[in-house]
Design a protein around this ligand. Structure first.
Ligand code: IPE
Ligand code: IPE
Ligand code: MG
Length: 249
C-alpha cells in the first residue's frame, strides 16, 4: 500500500519537505449533494470516505498530524435534521472505524467543547481516545463543536483563574502559556491548511494556531477531494517560501 501511494506524488516532490501537520476545512458536502439532486446528508456520508483516505495517506507518507474540522460551534444553527444526522454519523463512524484505527496506529483526539454533544457520542469519543492514546502512527485531531473564539475564551478563563490563585503572574503570560491552554496543546501549529469548495475564509477555525500556516484553497468539493489533489496541495506547500516575517537569506 505504502509504495503504491508514494508513487502518486510526482517525482519532483521532495518527500523530506513534507508538512508535519496538515489541517483541513472539509467544506462543500452540501453543494456536492445538491449538484446531484441528493439530500445534503448524502454529501456528509461521502465526505467521511474522503477523510478516511486522507488519514491513511498521511500515515503512509509520514505526515505526523492531521486536524480535520468536522463541526463548528456555528453549525448548530443548521436544520435540526442535518445536525442530528451529523451527530449520528460521527457516532457510527467511531464504532465502525475504531478497530482499524487501532490497527493503523492512529491516535485520535477530539478538539472542541464536547459537553453539549449527545451523551452516547461523548462516550464513544472518550472510548476511542482511551483506546488509541498510546498510538504513534499518526495523530488525528477531529474538531467537533469547535470554535476558535470559544477556545480562546476558555483559555483566558483558565489562565485568569491561575493568576487569581497566585499560580502565575500576569506578566508571566506569554505565547506558550496561551498555546498550552488551547485544545491543541499537544500538537505543533499546522504547516498547511487546506480548504475545499473555494471559500476564502477561516470560519472560526484555529485562529491562533494558523498564524504562520500556509493556506491552500481548492474549488473541489470535499467529497470529490482525492489523493491526487492532496498531492497538489502538498506540492504547492513545498514551493512556498516560508519567511516567518524575516528576510530571505
Ligand atoms: C462541510 O460541508 C461539512 C460541515 C460543515 C459539517 P457543508 O455542509 O458546509 O457543505 P456546503 O458548504 O453547504 O456545500
Ligand atoms: C466550516 O464550514 C465548518 C466545517 C467544515 C466543519 P461551514 O460551511 O460551516 O463554513 P461557512 O458557513 O461557509 O463559513
Ligand atoms: Mg459549508
Amino acid at each position: 500500500m505504502t509504495a503504491q501511494l508514494l508513487t502518486t506524488l510526482s517525482s519532483e516532490t521532495n518527500l523530506a519537505k513534507l508538512p508535519n501537520h496538515v489541517a483541513v476545512i472539509m467544506d462543500g458536502n452540501g453543494r456536492w449533494a445538491k449538484q446531484r439532486g441528493l439530500p445534503r446528508i448524502e454529501g456528509h456520508r461521502r465526505g467521511a470516505n474522503t477523510l478516511k483516505e486522507m488519514l491513511r495517506y498521511c500515515k503512509d507518507l509520514g505526515i505526523k498530524t492531521l486536524t480535520a474540522y468536522a463541526f463548528s460551534t456555528e453549525n448548530w444553527g443548521r436544520p435540526t435534521g442535518e445536525v442530528n444526522f451529523l451527530m449520528g454519523l460521527f457516532e457510527r463512524l467511531l464504532q465502525k472505524e475504531l478497530k482499524e484505527m487501532e490497527a493503523e496506529e492512529v491516535c485520535i483526539n477530539f478538539i472542541g467543547d464536547l459537553s453539549p454533544l449527545p451523551v452516547s457520542l461523548q462516550q464513544e469519543m472518550r472510548h476511542s481516545m482511551e483506546r488509541t492514546q498510546d498510538n504513534q502512527g499518526v495523530f488525528f485531531n477531529v474538531a467537533i463543536n469547535y470554535g476558535s473564539r470559544h477556545e480562546m475564551i476558555g483559555a483566558c478563563q483558565a489562565i485568569a483563574e491561575k493568576v487569581q490563585k497566585g499560580e502565575l503572574t500576569a506578566s508571566e503570560i506569554d505565547e506558550s502559556t496561551i498555546s498550552q491552554h488551547l485544545y491543541t496543546s499537544a500538537s505543533p501549529d499546522p504547516d498547511l491548511l487546506i480548504r475545499t469548495s473555494g471559500e476564502m475564509r477561516l470560519s472560526n477555525f484555529l485562529l491562533w494556531q494558523l498564524a504562520y500556516t500556509e493556506i491552500y484553497v481548492t474549488d473541489t468539493l470535499w467529497p470529490d477531494f482525492n489523493l491526487e489533489q492532496f498531492d497538489r496541495a502538498i506540492e504547492s506547500f513545498q514551493q512556498r517560501d516560508r519567511r516567518f516575517g524575516k528576510v530571505k537569506q
